[in-house]
Design a protein around this ligand. Structure first.
Ligand SMILES: *[C@@H]1O[C@H](CO)[C@@H](O)[C@H](O)[C@H]1NC(C)=O
Ligand SMILES: *[C@@H]1O[C@H](CO)[C@@H](O)[C@H](O)[C@H]1NC(C)=O
Ligand SMILES: *[C@@H]1O[C@H](CO)[C@@H](O)[C@H](O)[C@H]1NC(C)=O
Ligand SMILES: *[C@@H]1O[C@H](CO)[C@@H](O)[C@H](O)[C@H]1NC(C)=O
Ligand SMILES: [Cu+2]
Length: 649
């Protein structure tokens, strides 16, 4: 990649002038070699103890593209052929790959990604989901919170060191573009001495990347259709970008495309660490099982936990699970079945398959593909089930029932330094005959859902509205930040940029609850910049509205448990699913200064307001704004200024 300067050295003589030239060349050369980077392949190495970290360079080219396009007709160009589920559609992928390029590095490596936005008319930002970005706050990828959106025809360089290991991923954080294929795996591994589970596996190669899929560009579904085919329900699921599309209602129609299925090969006897990533955008959840194999969960969202064997793993948008699979069955091949739950369940039976093939076994299982009902009825223990009734009467394992490793004892203080009680629900314009939505000269945010109603999403009684400038870098953005106690004074639905100020190093407790449950919705909340610990997940059944009194009672019980020392190493996570009509109590130590988004990871919810910013520390706690960092703002100068300007010509 770098020019070879050695050829220039022949002309060196003793003259001072020439020495000066040499000195200059050396200076340039040093600067260039300082910028010397490693390729994605060089970085995807085995991680060793006491190894020098690498600077890993990636080029991400973003453009509009189509599945099963012309590249698929040439064997020489198959690396630019995106098949998807075989259904022809437009997408906005990265480097003509689906999922995008895999980033696989060792902890402490530096990741440099040049994002070239060639998708004309579309903005881009990429969020590195799971990476704390402590010291690299400017590269978290949240539009108008940590950076301006990247306009088309420009390149933005993300540049950060990764200090927390785990199974992470990156995805678009703007509009609904994540659904259009802008995502990929981001695996950060530990050296052997730092990985508590290192002895449990022989191979660490398999990534199962789940995404939901529609057969049109996502913007077709925002705000959404009103006359037919309402809502934002996923049409299909892809596993590592592949799958078959079939008619889920009339199964006699069988497959409607002959898309390919992903195959994972294992050798009998081997123990594999499998990294499962849920990159969904809709409200569907995914349930994964592998025929005849036990799955031993060892980490969730990059946080290690004590091993727990299960049979099915449920994940919602943004969640990741690492598990061990031992290839201890007959040499054969086995169906990996992924069911869509929630809205994908009821009548739609959205599901997808991949194949686990033992070396020497057949390429396709001899048993027929299991039906949706086969998957649903398969016996066994479920990790992260939809209903959070994980108690003595139930074998299922809720995420808070796993045991963490190395939990900060300060988190177990009976009283946190700060407690924030955060209800969420939808403001339903349709209950008011839509007159708030369509009042003259008002253009309120909304989305159309499948029961013909128009909603806006609220979190802590406010629908988040983006500023025009970046909160992290530009004080002009403060103008749109919610005023103190705005909840008491505004008319519903309240909209502003909601920021919760938090003191650096405080123990912060959040209670997030589903105040007005909606059938089938189990919202996953993701916190940027942190891993939190999950203390309690609860649910009120049968489902009903949750009042503040209900939550006060839950806090009382939680306090009692803390007093009695009943929490044993509450496990870490960065995304937590709130069961329908339920709540979660989480804590974290606010030791990472910055402006961090906390949001529902269902795309249509967070872009219509189900998000807020946790602002930790102040300006002095942050590294300086990178020189020349892009700015953005409104341009509405006073008219007389323009008049003066024009009169000068
Ligand atoms: C591309 O390939 C498909 C299927 O392999 C084939 O039906 C089609 O004719 C090809 N198109 C062109 C233009 O060669
Ligand atoms: C799927 O939906 C049906 C009907 O709503 C329900 O009875 C069943 O329990 C659901 N199954 C799962 C796995 O969520
Ligand atoms: C919104 O309100 C309408 C009219 O009352 C109702 O039919 C609909 O079910 C509500 N939708 C939601 C999601 O609450
Ligand atoms: C639950 O809350 C919603 C929104 O405030 C309200 O419309 C609905 O009537 C409540 N339901 C019950 C049973 O109180
Ligand atoms: Cu949500």
């Amino acid at each position: 990649m770098h020019p070879d300067f050695s050829i220039l050295f022949f002309s060196i003589s003793q003259s001072v002038v020439r020495f000066y030239v040499l000195f200059t060349i050396l200076l340039i050369y040093t600067r260039l070699s300082y910028g010397k980077t490693s390729s994605p392949e060089e970085c995807a190495r085995d991680c060793r103890d006491n190894e020098e970290p690498k600077d890993c360079y990636y080029r991400f080219h973003i453009e509009f593209y189509t599945t099963v396009g012309p590249a698929c007709n040439y064997t020489a160009f198959l690396d630019q052929c995106i098949i998807g589920d075989g259904f022809e559609k437009t997408l906005i992928p990265i480097n003509r790959q689906l999922p995008g390029p895999l980033i696989k590095v060792c902890v402490n490596d530096r990741i440099i990604v040049d994002v070239e936005n060639a998708a004309l008319g579309n903005e881009v930002t990429l969020h590195w989901h799971g990476i704390f970005q402590n010291g690299y706050q400017y590269y978290d990828g949240v539009p108008y919170v940590t950076q301006c959106p990247i306009p088309s025809s420009t390149t933005f360089r993300y540049d950060f060191e990764v200090k927390n290991s785990g199974t992470h991923f990156y995805h678009s954080h703007i509009s609904t573009h994540m659904l259009d294929g802008q995502y990929g795996g981001l695996i950060v591994r530990d050296p052997p001495s730092k990985d508590p589970h290192y002895q449990l596996f022989d191979k660490d190669e398999i990534i199962i990347f789940l995404s939901d899929w529609m057969h049109e560009l996502s913007v077709e579904r925002y705000p959404g259709w009103y006359r037919h085919d309402l809502g934002q329900i996923a049409k299909n699921i892809l596993i590592n970008g592949l799958g078959q599309a079939r008619d889920p209602i009339d199964i006699t129609k069988g497959q409607i495309t002959n898309g390919l299925l992903t195959e994972f090969t294992v050798r009998k006897g081997e123990r594999h660490r499998i990294r499962l990533i849920n990159s969904f955008t809709t409200v569907c959840l995914a349930e994964l099982r592998i025929e005849q194999h036990e799955l031993v969960v060892i980490a969730q969202d990059g946080a290690n936990v004590k091993p727990k064997p299960v049979d099915k793993i449920v994940t919602a948008a943004g969640e990741r699970v690492d598990f061990i699979l031992t290839a201890n069955q007959d040499v054969d091949s086995y169906w990996i079945q992924v069911l869509g739950l929630g809205e994908c369940n009821e009548t739609r039976r959205v599901q997808q398959f991949a194949i686990l093939q033992y070396e020497g076994g057949p390429t396709t299982p001899t048993r027929p593909q299991p039906s949706y009902a086969d998957g649903e009825n398969a016996k066994g223990v479920t990790y992260n089930p939809l209903e959070s009734t994980c108690d003595a009467n139930n074998m299922d394992v809720c995420v808070n029932q796993l045991e963490g490793i190395d939990v900060d004892p300060d988190l177990l203080n009976v009283e946190p330094d700060e407690r924030h009680i955060l209800p969420f629900w939808f403001f339903n314009y349709t209950q008011y005959g839509d007159r708030i939505l369509f009042g003259s000269n008002t253009y309120r945010t909304f989305f159309d859902v499948n029961d013909f109603s128009q909603l806006i999403s609220t979190f802590n009684e406010i629908a988040y509205e983006s500023p025009a400038s970046t909160l992290l870098t530009d004080p002009r953005s403060y103008r749109t930040v919610c005023k103190k106690n705005v909840q008491n004074s505004c008319t519903e639905p309240c909209t502003c940029a909601q920021v919760i100020n938090t003191k650096l190093n405080n123990i912060v407790e959040l209670i997030i609850y589903d105040a007005v449950p909606v059938e089938d919705l189990h919202h996953p909340f993701h916190l940027h910049g942190y891993e939190f610990n999950v203390f309690t997940i609860g649910q009120f059944l049968p489902s009903r509205n949750i009042s503040r009194a209900d939550i006060d009672k839950a806090i009382e019980q939680h306090t009692e448990r803390l007093q009695n020392g009943e929490y044993e190493n509450p496990p870490g996570k960065d995304t937590v699913k709130i069961p329908m009509g339920g709540y979660a109590i989480i804590r974290f130590k606010a030791n990472n200064p910055g402006w961090w988004l906390l949001h529902c990871h269902f795309t249509w919810h967070h872009i219509t307001g189900m998000e807020l910013v946790i602002h930790v520390g102040d300006r002095n706690d942050l590294p300086p704004v990178p020189y020349g960092f892009p700015e953005c703002s409104n341009w509405t100068p006073a008219l007389h200024i323009l008049n003066i300007f024009y009169s000068n010509f």
